[in-house]
Design a protein around this ligand. Structure first.
Ligand code: UDP
Length: 462
């Protein structure tokens, strides 16, 4: 949790309002950004969905929005779930409630004029409300720069007739203007109708274009070329201020309780020997994939720490690890339902990360110099995995049907082969770059200072 200690003196009367999306991968970066701004003297008010409240933080004001709004279809989980529909519904259903809450807060906080509202880029509906009430907005992109470039290019691919995908043979088609991406990387969801997807991406791009600026959780040494494309393509200021989780390490709000006993278990393992497996907060696998993964791990003979969330196996109330698996892997493997992931990745015993390549997980792995086995599921995960493999070369994708022999070979490739060693070496290099960008005068530290100055200069018409 962020503390008041060590922060700059409050800038008289300036307050920043924030509205995150109530998903783990969106909530954490927003709270980390809040801590960055708070440490530079801004007061913080956080609007949040009433049904998925973050832990409170001393010194911030929290404003629940939409108490009593039916929420069952607003926070789906599972790789086959309708996330895009949920995002659109979320905007629609909470817009009115947000208008009332924002108006009340503006009236109550007259003495602390808000500099602006920072909202998740999926909250175009809330941005419209802020515009109406004269509050300038900035948009936080919790994904990487490459993802935003891909979203910008989506309409052109539709105009060319490449999307929606006509033929599965085109999945591997290289996209010359978006190298190293392939057409399949742009099929963000197989369960969402094309029109709904287009609508969602259009709203994300609108939120960026109609904002006073876009804040991205990345750093220029990692995604410099894509950041340039965004700067040229958007026409609003762009601030690459990441990696936020390293800049504000204490500011995270876990929606689930992390099992910290795994850190004691890691203490007993050899350096860089353990494979950490996690597919984030939303993705899921089938029971068959779970069984293949279990035997792949068992047969690889490598130590592992595996996160199996209660709802991460499709169509199953109870997780069914195969019989005999526990016995074979006793002492060498640990299964938890939620891990303190950043601490795990930073632990000296962890030498590899099997990830779904959510942007936070990808960035967290990069910042700890941990090479990856990539198994993307949906949304921007395919793009992130492509960059890990082709651009940064700090991991490789485990493609096709999950099968125990293939898994065993992948684990060995990462830990025992020269190729894996080279990935580890490059990952260490990226870790060093991430460390540099946060130092005084580093690229992200400089952007943060520019961002705060920019926020202070915004005219708020209330
Ligand atoms: N996470 C965690 N413990 C776990 C699994 C995930 O703390 O056992 C955190 C992880 O550190 C990351 C977030 O959950 O910050 C997941 O975000 P990401 O963007 O990687 O994926 P998403 O959940 O949005 O698909």
């Amino acid at each position: 949790m962020a503390s008041e200690a060590g922060k700059a003196p409050a800038i008289p009367g300036r307050r920043v309002l924030m509205f995150p999306l109530p998903f783990q991968g969106h909530l954490s970066p927003m709270l980390q950004l809040a801590a960055v701004l708070h440490a530079r003297g801004l007061r913080v008010t956080i609007f949040h969905a009433a049904f998925n409240a973050p832990d409170s933080v001393a010194g911030y004001r929290f404003v629940p929005v939409g108490a009593g709004v039916p929420a069952a279809d607003l926070v789906p989980t599972g790789s086959d779930a309708d996330f895009v529909g949920a995002l659109l519904r979320f905007n629609e259903r909470l817009q009115g409630a947000f208008q009332n809450s924002l108006r009340e807060v503006l009236e109550e906080e007259e003495g602390a004029r808000p500099a602006c509202l920072v909202l998740d880029s999926n909250l175009r509906g809330m941005q419209v409300v802020a515009d109406r009430l004269g509050v300038p907005t900035l948009v936080l992109r919790t994904g990487g720069a490459a993802c935003l470039v891909a979203y910008m290019a989506f309409p052109a691919l539709c105009d060319k007739g490449l999307l929606p995908l006509q033929d599965h043979a085109q999945l591997n088609m290289p996209l010359d203007d978006l190298q190293p991406l392939q057409l399949g990387d742009m099929v963000f969801s197989t369960t969402t109708p094309h029109e709904t997807m287009s609508n969602c991406l259009e709203r994300i791009m609108e939120s960026a274009r109609y904002s006073s600026g876009v804040i991205i959780n990345t750093f220029s040494e990692l995604e410099g070329a894509d950041l340039q494309k965004i700067i040229h393509g958007l026409g609003v200021p762009v601030y690459a201020v990441g990696p936020l989780h390293k800049i504000s390490p204490s500011a995270q709000s876990s929606l689930l309780d992390a099992d910290k006993t795994c850190l004691n278990w890691l203490d007993k393992q050899e350096a860089k020997s353990v494979l950490f497996l996690s597919i984030g907060s939303l993705a899921s696998m089938t029971q068959e994939e779970l069984v293949e993964t279990a035997w792949g791990l068992a047969n690889s003979c490598m130590p592992f720490l595996w996160v199996i969330r209660p709802n991460s196996v499709q169509c199953s109330g109870k997780v069914g690890l195969p019989e005999g698996f526990e016995e074979v892997t006793r002492g060498r493997g640990m299964v938890v339902s939620w891990a303190p992931q950043q601490e795990v990745l930073g632990h000296q015993a962890v030498g590899g990360f099997w990830t779904h390549n959510g942007w936070n997980s990808t960035l967290e792995s990069i910042c700890e110099g941990v090479p990856m086995i990539c198994r993307p599921h949906f949304a921007d995960q395919m793009i992130n995995a492509r960059y890990v493999q082709e651009v940064w070369k700090v991991g490789f994708e485990l493609e096709g049907k999950l099968e125990r022999g293939k898994i065993e070979r992948s684990v060995r490739k990462l830990f025992c082969h020269e190729e894996g060693g080279e990935m580890r070496w490059r990952a260490k290099d990226l870790e060093d770059k991430a460390t540099e960008c946060m130092k005084k005068g580093g690229s992200s530290e400089t952007r943060i200072n520019l961002l705060v100055n920019f926020m202070m200069s915004l005219p708020c018409s209330i």
